[in-house]
Design a protein around this ligand. Sequence first.
Ligand SMILES: [Zn+2]
Length: 347
Amino acid sequence: MSGPPVVLVPCPLCGADDAEARWSTPDRAFGVPGTFTVAGCRRCGFLYQRPRVRDDALAACYPDNYPRHQEPSPRVPFKGSAARVRAVRHALATALGYRAFEDRDASALTRLRAKWLGSRLRWSCPPWRGSGRYLDVGCGSGGSLGVARALGWTTVAGIEIDAAAASIARRFADELHVGAVESAPFAPARFDLVTAFHVLEHLPDPVAAISRMLAWLAPGGLLVLEVPNAGGLGASVFGRAWSGLELPRHLWHFSPQTLEALVRRAGGDVVWCWHQAKPRYYLWSVRAWLADRGHSGVARMTEQPIVYGALKLALELALPVVSRLGRGEVIRVGVVAGASGRSKPAC
Ligand SMILES: [Zn+2]
């Protein structure tokens, strides 16, 4: 069976039209026919799908059961006992800027618990900014919008290209644009925070998309981007079996350095860079790696709860080290418009 139509595009980072094939894989997740290749730019090293699926054929690469379009309920942090909720509120106030939740009389125990919670909550709760106007680009079924609504954001808006996902997201949104980033009607300088989680690697023109998102920021606003890290441990160890490749849906494969350079090209500046590594990302890579070597039986064994549990525990102990070394599976960066005045790169 022949695959979708493809096109050769130059490197979006430096414009060079010369790249060396690095990894080729079929679509491991949804079985789009064909073999897809990631190449490294010979001038700047940026990794991207080359040739890549043509713009008009991209939508057909996403099946109806695409996970991003069927996310579970929003991960609202106010769960559990009254004591836990007090600690969550304190963590939001102290670590993420939610002054509305400030409690000067919090006990020492609440403060301690809040400190521990803060490092986890920062991954699921957006940092408060300005007067609380929030836009999530590529909002899927609205998980992040639901969290923002529960946290008291004053305007909650989304952009989603998939109509079915958008219809689920709509219940959390004041405004929702169903369509592409380029066609979204929002006026410039309208939002205090714009986020795009695992979106950039899917968009045909990432530089144009970032500069559009930066234009939506009000003065003092923040853009938060999250992508798989092609400079992480998983990509070096597993190569073509790395779970972040996700061909043919991922068009670009960023490292912290190439993401920072791309952001600068779009007129922004990275002010911080966090790493994350979830055990399941490595497990997916391990399974693909084993399957590539004809050990599908062993690969299936890793799905057994006891094997999965043991691997998960081992990985959870090792992951903080990986993250501290800057070799996580996922990177999240904070971006401001224009120059931040930083003298050193953030990544
Ligand atoms: Zn390049």
